[in-house]
Design a protein around this ligand. Structure first.
Ligand code: UD1
Length: 417
């Protein structure tokens, strides 16, 4: 129960289609709250985080309908401004409701959000950025209320380029009075997707894709039909799978333009990559190589979400690879699990991992304790001789529609248990 079984040790061959992006669909679902109309979102991934977000929208008063990967949100009626419970505490992205509800009704009471155990993940920057727009915060036990008499556009300079804070400011600013200038905004492609969605709905946002966003608040918003882009981290997962286990795969719809730093890292490690209009072909023809140093960075740098996936693939790359984590301080939690499988990884403080390539990994029982680390253990299972059982599948289901189906498409003997 709640596990994934893999009989590994074989190269990957085949093709699979890349699902819609988790980190794009979640803020866009929150943004639908700002629109007193009906929005239709296509290509939504069927993942548990989306399910939790839909439950929250329903609790707030939206009508939500789902048919396969198309989600309809009717936000003409908003009747509740308090959200709590597992849907909030189990998912970091519930924090997106903060900006959206402030924009829509000027107030929200919510439990502190949760999410993966990959670091402190405080919300101080969300609160201080919104504070610049006239929002007051009242804290209570386990929850807080954010209230704005009048949401005002402002000049906000972020001390770090936080993805979530950038998104929350955008959500509040499109309904605020006046212009908001957001400096040092994060540039992750999912922020671009959120801005495009809002623009199509009637919002006026300039500077999309750059580090300064200018948002003119108060424009009337109307319902739209919007397609969620493909997930660059899911595509990167299967890319790292073939880098680890060898073979030749095709990733249909992989969002290549957003994956440049991941592709560069894979090429450094020996992958041969060919890009076509329909996706990405990855082949491991020569022996893999260690990567002397790779650092996680904000976009367009190497994504922190790809870090553990790359680490798993490099465990059998001859030579010494070094990975430095600069975004989250607690993202090396899978090291112990990979060691159980025979990997040789040395941690130098909380930020640096030194990986000495071993000849092979051996399957055993390992435990996932967060989303991407869990997927990395599945990659390790594909690489390992014998059977690997990855426990706590539910963490992986937060972000992957069906990781077993996708790896089966690539020829892996993998199934849920
Ligand atoms: C988003 C992504 C997540 C990704 C991360 C970094 C979604 C749903 N999640 O998470 O997959 O790993 O970006 O690319 O899009 N910080 C503070 N105070 C705050 C907010 C953030 O100190 O109030 C710190 C965090 O602890 C972290 C850094 O800022 O060290 C970056 O975090 P942030 O960009 O906010 O990540 P998320 O939006 O939570």
């Amino acid at each position: 129960m709640d596990s994934i079984h893999i009989r590994g040790g074989n190269a990957l061959f085949g093709e699979t289609k890349i699902q819609g992006s988790k980190n794009a669909v979640l803020p866009i679902l929150a943004a639908a709250l700002l629109i007193e109309d009906v929005c239709v979102l296509e290509n939504c991934p069927r993942i548990s985080d989306v399910h939790h977000m839909l439950m929250l929208l329903e609790r707030i008063g939206c009508r939500v309908a789902r048919s396969d990967r198309t989600i309809t949100v009717d936000a003409r009626n908003v009747s509740e401004d308090t959200v709590s419970g597992e849907n909030v505490t189990g998912m970091r992205s519930s924090i997106m409701l903060l900006g959206a509800m402030l924009g829509r009704v000027g107030e929200i009471t919510m439990a502190y959000p949760g999410g993966c155990v990959i670091g402190e993940r405080p919300i101080d920057l969300h609160l201080s950025a919104l504070g610049r727009m006239g929002v007051k915060i009242y804290e209570d036990e386990g929850c807080f209320t954010a209230k704005a008499q009048k949401l005002e556009g402002s000049v906000i300079s972020l001390p770090i380029s936080s993805v979530g804070v950038t998104e929350n400011v955008i959500l509040a600013a499109v309904r605020a009075k006046g212009v908001t200038v957001l400096q040092n905004a994060a540039k992750e492609p999912e922020i671009g997707a959120l801005c495009e969605f809002l623009r199509e709905a009637g919002a006026v946002i300039e500077g999309i894709g750059g580090s300064v966003l200018i948002i003119q608040g108060g424009h009337e918003l109307h319902g739209v039909r919007f397609r969620i882009p493909a997930d660059r981290i899911v595509a990167g997962t299967y890319l790292m799978g073939v880098l680890g286990a060898g073979g030749h795969i095709f990733l249909e719809d992989a969002p290549v333009a957003q994956m440049q730093s991941t592709l560069r890292a894979a090429e450094l490690a020996g992958a041969e990559i060919n890009v076509s209009r329909d996706g990405l072909s990855v082949m491991i023809d020569v022996e893999k190589r260690a990567v002397p140093m790779i650092k996680t960075e904000v976009y367009p740098g190497f994504p922190t979400d790809m870090q553990s996936l790359l680490m798993a693939a490099l465990t059998t790359a001859p030579g010494v690879s070094v990975i430095e984590e600069t975004v989250f301080e607690n993202r090396f939690r899978i090291v112990e699990q990979l060691r159980k499988m025979g990997a040789c990884i040395e941690l130098q403080g909380k930020r640096q991992a030194v990986i000495v390539g071993v000849d092979l990994l051996l399957g055993c029982e390992v435990t996932a304790d967060e989303l991407r680390g869990g997927a990395a253990l599945v990659i390790a299972g594909c690489m390992a001789e014998g059977e690997t059982i990855v426990k706590n599948r539910h963490f992986i289901e937060r972000g992957y529609e069906d990781i077993c189906r996708d790896f089966q498409n690539l020829g892996v003997n993998i199934y849920t248990g």
